[in-house]
Design a protein around this ligand. Structure first.
Ligand code: ZN
Length: 265
C-alpha cells in the first residue's frame, strides 16, 4: 500500500550528532527507502538557525526529490512580513503545501487575530494550516496554547480553511476527537507519539486511544499518517499502524488517500 508520511523534519535535535543539511536529506531518503515510504512532507521550524533550516534552504536541499514536499513553519516572534510574502509566492507556484503554526512553542493562542493573515493565505490557495497540538517537545512550551480545544475557535471562524491538528493533541486526544467530529474542515495527524520507537505496552496503549477516536468520530476521512521523523522512528511507526484493526479502506485513507487529497500530491 502507498505510504505518505505527512510530518517529518530536517532539523538537528539536541543529543544527536550534527550533520549538514544535505546529509540530513540523505538520511531522510534512506529512511523512506528502508520503510517503503513513497512520499514525505518536511515541515520547517518556528525558528531558523544552524539546526533549523529555512524554507528556502529546504527547497534547495530537496529540489532533486519530487517525492519530498515542504510545509512552511511560521511564527509571529521569529518570522517577518517578508517571510510571509515569500510563502505566498511559494504557494502561488506550488513550492509549499501548507503553513504550520507552533502554538505552545510560541505563547499565543491559535485564534490570536495576528495569525488571521496566515489562515487567509492558506484558504486562498487551498492548502492546510497545520498546528502543533498537545505536549511540547521543549519544557519551555506552554500547554494552554497548544491545547486542541483552541482549534475549534479557528475551525468555526474559518469554515473555508482546512486545518491539521498535529499529534492528535496528545495527550488530550478526547478533546481532539470532538473537534474533528464537529468540524468537517479539521484533520489530524498521528505523528510524534514517541521519541525513538514504541515499546509493546505503549503501542497497545496508543492503539486503544485510536480505536476510541475512530469509534467516536467515524470513518477516518480526517486521519493522516505522519511520524515526526527523526524524533520518532519510521519503522516502529509502521509497526504501530499495522497493529491497528482497520478495514482496508480505512487504512488507505489513513496511509495516503487523505494526505494525497489534502496536500494535493
Ligand atoms: Zn513535528
Amino acid at each position: 500500500m502507498k505510504i505518505i508520511d505527512c510530518h517529518v523534519h530536517l532539523n538537528h535535535y539536541d543529543g544527536t550528532p550534527f550533520k549538514p543539511l544535505d546529509e540530513r536529506v540523505q538520511d531522510l531518503v534512506n529512511a523512506m527507502h528502508a520503510s517503503a515510504v513513497d512520499h514525505a512532507i518536511v515541515i520547517s521550524s518556528y525558528v531558523v538557525n544552524e539546526d533549523r533550516p529555512s524554507v528556502a534552504q529546504l527547497l534547495e536541499a530537496t529540489k532533486n526529490y519530487d517525492n519530498i514536499g515542504i510545509v512552511a513553519g511560521y511564527s509571529l516572534d521569529n518570522h517577518t512580513h517578508d517571510d510571509l510574502k515569500f510563502y505566498k509566492e511559494c504557494l502561488k507556484d506550488g513550492r509549499i503545501r501548507g503553513i504550520k503554526l507552533y502554538c505552545g512553542y510560541e505563547h499565543y493562542y491559535p485564534y490570536d487575530k495576528r495569525y488571521q493573515k496566515v489562515y487567509d493565505l492558506c484558504a486562498e490557495y487551498g492548502v492546510p494550516a497545520m498546528f502543533h497540538t498537545g505536549d511540547t517537545f521543549s519544557a519551555r512550551g506552554k500547554l494552554r496554547y497548544s491545547h486542541p480545544l483552541n482549534i475549534d475557535e479557528v475551525a468555526v471562524d474559518n469554515p473555508e480553511l482546512k486545518i491539521v491538528m498535529c499529534h492528535l493533541g496528545n495527550p488530550w486526544i478526547l478533546d481532539c476527537q470532538e473537534v474533528i467530529y464537529k468540524n468537517k474542515n479539521v484533520y489530524a495527524d498521528i505523528s510524534g507519539f514517541v521519541i525513538g520507537g514504541f515499546t509493546h505496552y505503549y503501542e497497545e496503549f496508543m492503539a486503544d486511544k485510536i480505536v476510541e477516536l475512530l469509534n467516536y468520530a467515524g470513518e477516518p476521512r480526517y486521519l493522516l499518517y505522519g511520524t515526526d521523523w527523526p524524533i520518532s522512528n519510521m519503522e516502529s511507526y509502521l509497526k504501530f499502524v499495522a497493529s491497528l484493526d482497520l478495514s482496508e479502506y480505512a487504512r488507505e485513507l489513513l496511509m495516503y488517500r487523505n494526505s494525497e487529497r489534502l496536500f494535493k500530491l
